[in-house]
Design a protein around this ligand. Structure first.
Ligand SMILES: *Cc1c(COP(=O)(O)O)cnc(C)c1O
Length: 430
């Protein structure tokens, strides 16, 4: 597989390099040089396969012979070890539930596949993932890399500033996962990580890697669950399918559009945001005018400069598609709350991110169309808000409940780079 840098098309890398590097020169994103596609007959055959087998074929079409098919299949099996069910909400609308992984959010798919790919392409060279978290990403990274050969993970988080349950979710694993509670705030954690990456000796000795969220392997993994959604809906609805994607950095929507470019039948997509609506405004006016980011109930979508957008523009350009065909809209917190209640009345317990996507889908789905919205997180992840909105308590899902009694294994450090440096070097790969 060859990829090019969107900021400098001359820079071309292999899949392995793109996975290891994350970003290209000038912080440019990598994009696939070849866009594989399937015939209608091939799509029909793929849709009959089970999730993991089908996903290996899809990923193999991109990655090619850089990773042998049997090796890839084993990696995919390990990464996608949980289902992505489509649950009917109304007669003409279903939710693709992407929150049945170990950290209860769709980021488990991309994170776990990236971890498998990093471990695969690292070869004999052990790498150290270093990252700072204010809660959720830390858990996803820790679970994704847990017990993987060749990789150790160091996660910094602000002591006392993440919820006790969040802390239990990733600070009780041990093995190759090292968690460090820093006696300061999240910004201090991020500053320490930055200092570490600026320290050439440390970076080279530890083979530091950031497991960045814009890594191409994540996007490729996310393509697979769009096929899984289509496989589960009745065949006669497949030509009338509209998919609504709750969007922040627009990685999820990029993956959906890549699935369509491979031949998956999707009539149209809806780009759904909260009031951080740079993209919907851009699609209306043609002007790219990011505002200041506003905190909302769907906080994983509080992004005003979505970093995957250039990939979407490039895909539309390459395919000769028109951005005017991309449906879009933004939803306020007030409407989001009403929608969470509306869904509960229909018997479906949801959370703010999915509710944003459902709202736009319900409002603009046309006669004869069939709608699917993405359920990106388990309602229990946003327990406080969902309980307040519904005036009811939510049970703790087993992924959280089973870790609640485990012992915390975190180290405690002040926000002092020399102490963090010493901590890391003690764990340098031999
Ligand atoms: C990350 C996230 C999103 C947004 O996904 P993007 O790929 O960044 O657009 C939506 N919902 C939840 C729960 C998330 O964690």
């Amino acid at each position: 597989m060859k990829l090019y840098n969107l900021k400098d098309n001359q820079e071309q890398v292999s899949f392995a390099q793109a996975v290891k590097q994350g970003l290209g020169k000038q912080q440019g994103l990598f994009f696939p040089k070849d866009l594989p596609s399937f015939s209608q007959a091939e799509i029909d055959a793929l849709l009959k396969l089970d999730f993991a087998t089908r996903s290996s074929r899809i990923l193999s079409a991109f990655i090619g012979d850089e990773i042998p098919a049997d090796v890839l299949a084993k990696r995919v099996n390990t990464a996608f070890a949980f289902p992505a069910p489509v649950t009917q909400v109304e007669e003409d609308i279903s939710c693709l539930e992407l929150f049945h992984g170990p950290t209860l959010a769709f980021k488990d798919f991309g994170g776990r596949f990236m971890a498998q790919m990093l471990s695969e392409v690292a070869g004999d060279q052990p790498v150290t993932i270093l990252t700072a978290t204010s809660g959720d990403t830390g858990a996803a990274v820790a679970h994704a890399f847990y017990k993987l050969d060749n990789v150790q993970v160091v996660i910094l988080y602000p002591q006392g500033k993440i919820s006790p349950l969040q802390e239990k979710l990733f600070c009780t694993l041990g093995e190759n996962i090292h968690t460090v509670a820093i006696q300061d705030d999240f910004d201090a954690c991020q500053a320490l990580v930055k200092q570490a990456f600026d320290d050439e000796y440390l970076k080279n000795t530890m083979h530091l890697n950031s497991a960045n969220s814009i890594n191409i392997s994540r996007l490729l993994a996310q393509i697979c669950y769009y096929f899984e959604a289509v496989a589960q809906i009745p065949a006669e609805k497949r030509q009338q399918l509209v998919i609504s994607v709750p969007s922040g950095n627009f990685g999820d929507l990029t993956a959906g559009l890549l699935a369509k470019s491979m031949g998956l039948p999707v009539k149209r997509f809806i780009a759904a945001t909260n009031v951080n609506d740079t993209v919907p405004r851009y699609l209306d006016s043609g002007k790219w005018e990011p505002h200041r980011t506003i905190a909302t109930l769907s906080n994983a979508m509080d992004v005003s400069q979505p970093n995957n957008w250039p990939r979407i523009e490039e895909l539309y350009r390459r395919k000769g598609w028109l951005l005017s065909d991309l449906s879009h809209g933004a939803v306020s917190d007030e409407t989001t709350e009403k929608t969470v209640r509306e869904l509960a009345q229909k018997g479906y317990i949801s959370e703010p991110h999915a509710a944003v996507a459902y709202r736009l889908l319900r409002d603009e789905l046309q006669e004869g169309e069939y709608g699917v919205f993405l359920g990106t997180a388990h309602p229990a992840k946003f327990k406080e808000n969902v309980e307040r909105i519904l005036g009811d308590t939510l049970p703790l899902p087993k992924e959280l409940a089973e870790r609640a009694d485990k012992k915390l294994l975190s180290h405690l450090l002040p926000a002092d780079f020399s102490q963090l440096r010493a901590f890391l070097l003690e764990r340098a790969p031999k």
